[in-house]
Design a protein. Structure first.
Length: 357
């Protein structure tokens, strides 16, 4: 029996729900995000994307690019409710579902395509069903494995339905840049490029992984296989926990609130990239702060929904940081907060998230 994996990703998820719940928003640029001065865009409708607005952009910048957009604050409870609804619709088709985020999942559909005159018809059926029940549109990719399925769902977004058939894996991958390989970050990309490997086809030209070993070490086999469209990873319905973090020791102590905020932004960005690359979701965010006298304090918070999103990590880290500052100042006599800030020199800040793998 041939293996078929489907990857689904809702189109402009939060923004589409806002358009659904407010029919007068339909056809207009809708931007969902934190509305404070340092708020960021969580997502925006495809109408807003035409103005250059995108996820993780500061709201202030979005407002410059798209001044007439409709700006709304996220309603997480509603998005979670819709997410549950979509997951239960998909569960009617198969119990083998691996959720990746609030709007994204892998489905193991091997064997099912025979019931539907092929994988495309199966994808169509799931898309139609979700639309009929919720009024929302998913982009779907069907392929012989996870790597290709995820790639496929992104090829024709929005409202995509792309099948990568058996035998065409290499041909479809050939012109794509090597950074599309799962696990190839900027560092590995640079090394591969220096070795003359820019596109998948450059790796496909190798008979095996041996000549990649000096460049990428023990990642060579996986990179060679993925570039050739080979990926045996199963769809995992229950995921284990592991942890991923980002930390930095600074040459100069961090004393300024805005500098700390900037560092958290940077950490959140790194963290979400690392998670996404590994198909992981964080469910607890923790921060660790070390002062110049080497005392270390940490705080953590469990997220309502596991996430791989930069702004979720950033907002949570900032919340924890502000709480930490409050805790510290509350022990001090009134009026000392400023002094404390300049004394509380941070030499190390860590943002860490514990994940499902
Ligand atoms: P995505 O699937 O990345 O984005 P999307 O569904 O809005 O748009 P599309 O898939 O069509 O490109 O993320 C799903 C939801 O997660 C998104 O609607 C809002 C939220 N999100 C954030 O809150 N912050 C982010 O940085 C990203 C990328 C998404
Ligand atoms: Mg999406």
């Amino acid at each position: 029996m041939r293996r078929w994996i489907m990857h689904v990703d809702m189109d402009a998820f939060f923004a589409s729900i806002e358009q659904l719940d407010h029919p007068d928003y339909k056809g207009h640029p809708v931007i969902v995000g934190g509305l404070s001065s340092r708020g960021v865009v969580a997502t925006c409708s495809y109408e807003a994307r035409k103005f250059g607005v995108h996820s993780a952009m500061p709201i202030s910048r979005a407002k410059k690019l798209c001044p007439d957009g409709i700006y709304v604050y996220p309603r997480m409870d509603r998005y979670k409710e819709v997410s549950h609804q979509i997951f239960s619709i998909m569960k009617e088709f198969t119990p083998h579902i691996e959720p990746l985020s609030i709007d994204e999942a892998f489905l193991e559909v091997s064997g099912m395509s025979t019931m539907y005159r092929g994988p495309k018809a199966l994808g169509r059926a799931i898309k139609d069903r979700v639309f009929e029940e919720t009024g929302l549109i998913i982009s779907a990719g069907l392929a012989p494995n996870k790597f290709l399925a995820k790639l496929a769902s992104d090829l024709d977004k929005p409202d995509g339905l792309v099948v990568i058939p058996y035998g065409r894996e290499k041909e479809i991958l050939a012109p794509l840049p090597i950074k599309r390989i799962w696990g190839v970050g900027p560092h590995t990309e640079k090394r591969l490029k220096a070795g003359g490997f820019h596109l998948m086809r450059h790796i496909q030209a190798l008979p095996d992984e041996r000549s990649l070993i000096p460049i990428v070490g023990n990642q060579a086999r996986r990179i060679w296989e993925l570039a050739n469209g080979i990926d045996e990873r199963p769809v995992e319905t229950d995921r284990k926990i592991q942890s991923i973090g980002a930390e930095e020791t600074y040459e100069e102590d961090l004393t300024d609130g805005s500098a700390i905020e900037l560092e958290f932004r940077y950490f959140a960005n790194r963290l979400s990239k690392r998670l996404r690359k590994r198909n992981l979701l964080g469910h607890t965010v923790s921060i660790k702060v070390r002062y110049d006298d080497f005392t270390t304090v940490s705080r953590q918070k469990r997220l309502d929904t596991p996430s791989d999103h930069e702004h979720v990590f950033f907002e949570t880290a900032l919340l924890l940081w502000n709480k930490l500052m409050q805790d510290k100042t509350s022990k001090k006599p009134k009026g000392k907060a400023k002094e404390l800030e300049s004394l509380g020199a941070t030499t190390k800040v860590q943002a860490k998230a514990f994940m499902y793998s």
